[in-house]
Design a protein around this ligand. Structure first.
Ligand code: PLP
Length: 411
């Protein structure tokens, strides 16, 4: 086959399993009607009416946006008010001690991109857990890095600190620096949230290698934090990042996609934290440079929406209450599944919160195909089946765990 693209781009093609699963689902809806079909593939909140949920206060503020706020360029780093607010929102009452700065990015994806570009060497291996959001892999590959993984859970379904330790040992034998990506709380795709003790263990390991002179870079992907429980409770671990050694650089990937139901507006931020002001200034410089070299500046309108909500106590109270009710819907849906899973003996991974839960499976594609017979559509991942509780109404959650168990036994 002939090719016109540059030689190093030949064969680059996005394999989108989620798209495949949702296309099969759309076919089933045509044939059987939406009432009969369960679409557990979508990574966005669908209300109990199965329509895309929108936080009403966000919608109101968005529609009332002065046109200049929507159309004018924003500074490359992001609107000043937005950047301060994003830092406050990220930590709430758990701001760690140290220097902090934020740079606006194209969603959380843009933040992950910036961390990979600027905090890994060409050819490096980037580390995350074996259950992970597939986009991490694409983002690494695009930059000439590879993604490698450690086992997220041990045999008792606890956070597998031993596996992390072994992998860090292996990688630091080859690399002088490392980027470790941890998606918590409310991890995609398992719904796990690292506990305070898990984090102490992770940071102790980071400190061990920092003491040996390695550069340890940590990216905490908090894309789902607004659906992870009480605001300060689910952010308490952040205090542990206070006054880390200078060669541990911590970053947070902030996203408006889920927290503001503004997925398509592509707005987020990367936040850098260090005991060294110099290193935080350097972080801002390189992140701004990467922004200029990729998307230039970020959606001003979305940043203005966040600012407007944050600056008005009444709007903020309404917004938070509305988002809380979405959180409660998702929590209740997952609780139905997890209760039934326990009752029927289905081995679901330890879900704490968030949009997704997962069930380990050797041949996840076959299990998903089997589920199609019950008109249930889920996403087959390498290590198992992902159920998007964010997109399935409560009434369709009942009985699903037993059907997944049946499908697992049939393959
Ligand atoms: N991180 C994880 C684990 C995600 O699942 C997502 C979105 O699906 C994101 C980050 C970032 O999303 P966005 O780029 O829309 O902010």
């Amino acid at each position: 086959m002939s090719s016109q693209v540059a030689s190093h781009r030949v064969g680059k093609k996005l394999v989108d399993v989620i798209f495949g699963a949702s296309a099969a689902c759309a076919e089933a809806v045509k044939e059987h009607g939406a009432d009969k079909v369960t679409n557990a593939t979508i990574g966005a909140i669908m209300g109990e009416d199965e329509k895309l949920a929108c936080i009403p206060t966000m919608e109101k503020v968005f529609h009332q946006l002065p046109i200049a706020d929507a159309i004018a360029y924003a500074p490359i780093a992001g609107l000043p008010g937005y950047l301060d607010t994003v830092i406050d929102l990220t930590f709430a009452d758990n701001k760690p001690e140290g220097y902090l700065a934020a740079v606006a990015t194209a969603g959380g994806t843009g933040a992950i991109h910036h961390a990979i570009v600027n905090y890994t060497e060409a050819g490096d291996q980037v580390l995350t857990s074996d259950w992970f959001w597939g986009t991490y892999n694409v983002l690494c590959q695009e930059q000439g890095r590879t993604l490698t993984t450690y086992q997220l859970f041990d045999e008792n379904q606890n956070y597998n600190l031993k596996a992390l330790a072994a992998k860090l040992e292996e990688l630091f034998a080859k690399q002088d620096s490392l980027l470790l990506i941890i998606n918590t709380p409310a991890h995609n795709p398992t719904g796990y949230s690292l506990s305070e003790a898990d984090w102490t263990g992770v940071l102790d390991l980071c400190k061990k290698y920092a003491a040996e002179g390695k550069k340890v870079n940590l990216l905490v992907d908090i894309a789902y934090i607004d659906y992870a429980g009480e605001k300060n409770e689910c952010r308490r671990f952040m205090k542990q990042f206070s006054n880390l050694p200078e060669n541990i650089f911590t970053m947070f990937a902030f996203s408006m996609s889920k927290g503001y139901t503004m997925y398509g507006q592509r707005t987020g931020a990367i936040i850098g934290l260090s005991a060294s002001k110099e290193l935080v200034d350097e972080f801002v410089d390189v992140a701004k440079y990467s922004s200029r070299a990729t998307w230039s500046n970020i959606n001003r309108g979305a940043m203005a929406v966040l600012n407007a909500i944050q600056q008005d106590d009444e709007l903020l109270a309404a917004f938070e209450a509305e988002r809380e009710s979405l959180y409660e819907i998702i929590r209740d849906r997952a609780a139905i599944f997890m209760k039934e899973a326990e009752e029927c003996g289905l081995n679901a991974l330890p879900y704490k919160a968030g949009f997704f839960l997962s069930i380990p499976a050797k041949d996840s594609k076959a299990v998903c195909d089997e589920l199609h017979k019950d008109l249930i559509f889920a996403v087959p991942l390498k290590a198992g089946v992902r159920i998007a509780v964010c997109s399935v109404p409560k009434q369709k959650m009942y009985g699903m765990a037993a059907k997944v168990l049946k499908a697992l036994k049939a393959v």
